[in-house]
Design a protein around this ligand. Structure first.
Ligand SMILES: C[S@@+](CC[C@H](N)C(=O)[O-])C[C@H]1O[C@@H](n2cnc3c(N)ncnc32)[C@H](O)[C@@H]1O
Length: 191
């Protein structure tokens, strides 16, 4: 059976995370990916979870408490400033990052991820990723502003050096209503 998009995205990143490593949830939203990453890195790992909305930080904090997880640093800031928050340990142990593009489900649909900040964050994380690490983006683009973000991202990632990164697109091309798809960047060699 072909994997659905979200389980596939989770499987990709779970495969590369070793207990004790550092990972990033670039868009924590309601916290579902943060919980998955927190469980994958375990008590000696760290998850840096970003969101620009206070509501998202509150929702994620609540979900982490309900699941008794305490290895997450919640950061109420844009992921484009990711480098302000990572210390030197991240240069060897940054295993991966996940982005869910679009708006916070059940909230204000005008607060969305934007091409410039998304691309800036991906580039910064890609530089610091360990060899074998992965960045996974679940691209939702049916909302206003989504199509231009999708196009900008695809244009940008197409030009990543193939010696250094494998860049994958995975999605179902016969589904109606702008089905989300996965973009994944696997780091093959250091800069
Ligand atoms: C599709 S939702 C994320 C869903 C989340 N992964 C979950 O499991 O519930 C996208 C989130 O990205 C956030 N966001 C938008 N721009 C951002 C930025 N520049 N930096 C960090 N988060 C951002 C939104 O506030 C929203 O909560």
């Amino acid at each position: 059976m072909l994997k659905r998009v979200i389980p596939y995205a989770h499987e990709l990143i779970q495969q590369v995370i070793q207990p004790g490593e550092i990972v990033i949830d670039a868009t924590c939203g309601n916290g579902h990916d943060t919980v998955m990453l927190s469980q994958a890195t375990g008590p000696n790992g760290v998850v840096y979870a970003f969101d620009i909305q206070a509501e998202a930080i509150t929702n994620t904090k609540r979900l982490l408490e309900e699941n008794q997880l305490n290895n997450v640093e919640l950061i109420h800031d844009s992921h484009q400033y990711v480098d302000h928050y990572l210390d030197d340990r991240a240069d060897q142990q940054l295993a991966g990052a996940i982005f869910n593009l679009g708006y916070l489900p059940g909230s204000d649909k005008t607060i969305i991820t934007k091409p410039t900040s998304t691309i800036s964050a991906i580039d910064k994380i890609a530089c610091r990723l360990k060899v074998g690490g992965i960045i996974v983006c679940v691209v939702y683009y049916g909302h206003s502003g989504g199509q231009s973000e999708k196009e900008a991202l695809l244009d940008h990632l197409k030009h990543y050096d193939q010696k250094q990164f494998n860049v994958l697109q995975y999605g179902f091309i016969n589904q109606k209503n702008h089905p989300p798809f996965v973009l994944a960047l696997e780091k093959k060699q250091a800069d």
